[in-house]
Design a protein around this ligand. Sequence first.
Ligand SMILES: Nc1ncnc2c1ncn2[C@@H]1O[C@H](COP(=O)(O)OP(=O)(O)OP(=O)(O)O)[C@@H](O)[C@H]1O
Length: 370
Amino acid sequence: MGFYPGVLIAADAQARLDRMVAVGPVGWAVSGGVSGRGQVGVRPADDSGRMTNSAITASGLRKAYHDKVVLDGIDVNVRTGTVFALLGPNGAGKTTMVNVLTTLLKADGGTARVAGHDIVTETKKVRASIGVTGQFASVDELLSGRENLQLMVDLHHFKGGEGKGVVENLLRRFDLVESADKLASTYSGGMRRKLDLAMTLVGRPRIIFLDEPTTGLDPRSRRTMWNIVRELVADGMTIFLTTQYLEEADQLADQIAVLDQGKIVAQGTSEQLKRQIPGGHVQLRFAEAAQLDAAARVLTGSTADAESLILRVPSDGGAKSLRAVLDRLDEYAIDVEEFTVHMPDLDDVFLALTGHSSTEAESKTEVVTK
Ligand SMILES: Nc1ncnc2c1ncn2[C@@H]1O[C@H](COP(=O)(O)OP(=O)(O)OP(=O)(O)O)[C@@H](O)[C@H]1O
């Protein structure tokens, strides 16, 4: 699933222009430098005009396709200037959630406000406040990077020189200067994603929806995208991110919601989620069954797997408890082949919460583009 933010932007250029005029002249931070959290972001106001700290709120959102329930009463609260990650395997309903919040799709029930505006009754205002990049970039392949950006600028009707400044600054900020005049069709997957995001930023959105921004990217491009996201948040933007990568949510998100079969099965910080499952353990591999049995007898609470000759010993991963395990083995002259410390990660969380691993989702990951 994915969608084409270009349609959204084109349909709403005037509203964005109105907002930009209200906000003031365009001035891009070339370096993407830190300007302080919350400094740039304007707090949304609710109907009574009160300022709120929530960039996005949703309550009881429901959506079904025929008899298939995709969103089954979703509640979220995304604080302004933070990264919120909606984590789930393929088909969990992530794109549907993004489409509903960005007003591209009507929910069957529930309410939501984005940038303080109701997604049903204030569609235009919502659209004027957000930027969206999907899994499938809205980049026009027959244009160069610079031309794609210029097209966005033209849609926003910047005045004269201001528009040129925006294009050049974004090219520099996203490290696209060298390839600016090459056709986007020659860009790598990572470059295309960067260009897509740069195009979204032309409208100076306060809230950005990134629908699986790194799916299919190689590890280096993924890290580049993570750094860009961190810079955007440092500049005061709010990011609603969907991902099927546990590490991505762990790395970027202030809050993570785990979506499974239409429901949010857990929500919290990465640390809070990790705390919901049993603690870490030390894994010891032995060369012989006799050694495994001996170790199992002297290390209390351990569980042995005779086939793999592996013993799991509960541990907090701290130096003290690790030393205690090794000292005990020494004391009984038991030789260990391999010693690894395993602290719980989000994959363990997913397994504990949903009863199934996220491996299914990750193994689907499409062809990696360089
Ligand atoms: N227009 C549609 N008509 C019918 N079913 C749909 C439609 N759009 C999505 N679905 C179904 O709804 C479910 C959720 O889809 P969605 O795209 O929201 O999931 P996702 O978590 O974004 O997954 P992916 O990572 O594969 O994009 C899937 O089973 C999908 O097949």
